[in-house]
Ligand binder design. Sequence first.
Ligand SMILES: [Zn+2]
Length: 379
Amino acid sequence: MNRLVSRVLLLLLAMPGSLFALEHVTVRRDGREQKVSGQVVVTAEDGGLLLMTNDGTLWAIEPDKLVSREQDDQEFHPLARNELSKQLLSELPEGFEVYSTRHYLICYNTSREYAAWCGSLFERLYKGFINAWSRKGLKLHEPEFPLVAVIFSSPEAYSKYAQSELGEAAPSIVGYYSLRSNRVTMYDLTGIESLRSAGDRRGSPGQINAVLSRPEAEQVVATIIHEATHQIAFNSGLQTRFADIPLWVSEGLAVFFETPDLQSAKGWRTIGAVNTSRLDRFREYLSRRPAGSLKSLLSDDKRIRDTRTALDAYAEAWALNYFLIHYRPKQYVAYLQMLSGKKQFLWDEPKTRLREFQAAFGDLSQLDSDFLKQMQKVH
Ligand SMILES: [Zn+2]
């Protein structure tokens, strides 16, 4: 997941906007004026706005970009599926089509079979995700908007499109979930040259499965599932976009769910299976893990954001999520429920994060020692 909205908008106190009015806003963008209408989610003290349009996009509008705003008393409604499909096609380059599943609108300019393969994978993930939490007593809701995935036929076309959001990093990122647009964007993985053998065809679901079940494909498939997990978490009420969810939670959970289960056509039997590459990395990290490791992971997002420490921090976040989900499920559900109430653009101090964690799980050093002991037995 990439977090793209600058924190400039965020002023000390943010107030929720009126729920039942449609706001028509003129903004200045790249030197020209543009009109957007939607629901004001947050009004910042300096007049900045977080506006949600009826396609699920969140616009963070800084006060100096705001030309005018007026309100009427129309109710805000998300676009219907067919209207949203039409809008998506008008925004994307020529040649895209929409494949629709129960929860998803998959926009693609690759084969329809690949779109269907992804649709099926995502629906299984969705079901597995919702069921996993509901079994633990966490009630989630249906998404307010259809979940949109955009699949490009080639890495080149994808990179070109993704550059506006990812910048120069686009070619090295297989897919991403955008908090702003609420969409997952990616490309057809069966097109990756190194995954294909001579004579491979890209046609049927069986052939797609065959290519993407190879061990060499594991990481790229995991990335797509990881991004799709973020999207589900932010659309089912577990997390709120632009609220201060600690990254060890949002990233650790996405890693927890990312272990693929391509063999199962109907379900996702191994959801939350041990993520062996993360476990290996965590084991390796243990030999040089400082005493304050847990505290630093919980206090702020620095270790996860910093590319020099990110691999270790992701591995530790996965391990911690694995431990809490399996061995402290009640406390973890209560903790996640608390986090699901976090409001947009209110950032917690490290001491608040620590206090909230300890309120849920008790003394940190005791938990750390239970955590390490238990994770030694996992393999
Ligand atoms: Zn992520």
